[in-house]
Design a protein. Structure first.
Length: 219
């Protein structure tokens, strides 16, 4: 099975958004929305937030710890979890529309809030820096992208944990012990159950919390 691995995304803001920039930008123009702080705006306009999800414009994976998550992508039907990972959960049949830029982005909530200007330009690869207790800089990604043909897609989300975790004392890797695998398949229609799938009252998106709540395991 062919799996593409994007750069690890640091989930600052305690969540990740999945979206096609062109689809999102067209929707924003349709709504005549000029908000620069998108999360703040959507928090005040729940109707738009739910419409955004229902139409497969931008989908949130939220209430997750601010770790660095490897993002794995496949478009093949047969799913084999990579050898260094094991499955924690599997959520099926999400829906998203990829627009004319043939691009899918994975961004932290913080990027989505602070960089509407970049999204408007379809620019979704963005890096930042954090400093450790010794003031040494460490680069990380807020956002990354992958080329995918325009169209409607169904996809499954797998929450993964590393079989042999890095110790928390490992400054570079200690918060890269969980990952998300996205398995995409192109479809001909736009029917979906996104509002049910994205409901964090019924779905636990935090891999760490899922282990504790469902598997009764403490990492």
């Amino acid at each position: 099975m062919s799996i593409k691995e994007l750069n690890c995304i640091y989930a600052f803001g305690y969540g990740l958004f999945i979206y096609s920039p062109s689809t999102f930008n067209e929707w924003m123009q349709e709504k005549k929305c000029r908000a620069k702080k998108m999360l703040s705006y959507l928090d005040k306009h729940k109707d738009m937030f739910f419409e955004m999800i229902a139409k497969g414009i931008a989908l949130p994976i939220y209430q997750i710890p601010a770790y660095r998550y490897p993002i794995l992508i496949t478009t093949e039907e047969s799913i084999n979890i990579p050898a260094e990972w094991e499955e924690v959960f599997h959520y099926e049949d999400w829906f998203i529309t990829i627009g004319t830029d043939d691009k899918l982005c994975f961004s932290s909530f913080e990027f989505f809030e602070e960089h509407r200007d970049l999204i408007a330009k379809s620019q979704c690869v963005f890096m930042g820096e954090v400093f450790d207790i010794n003031d040494n800089p460490h680069s990380f990604y807020h956002s990354d992208e992958i080329q995918m043909p325009k169209g409607n897609y169904r996809f499954d989300i797998y929450g993964l944990k590393r079989k042999y975790p890095y110790p928390k004392t490992d400054i570079e890797n200690g918060n890269r012990n969980y990952a998300y695998l996205f398995a995409f398949r192109k479809v001909d229609n736009d029917s979906n159950e996104n509002l049910e799938r994205c409901d964090n009252d019924t779905h636990i998106f935090s891999i760490e919390e899922y282990l504790k709540e469902v598997h009764n395991k403490v990492e």
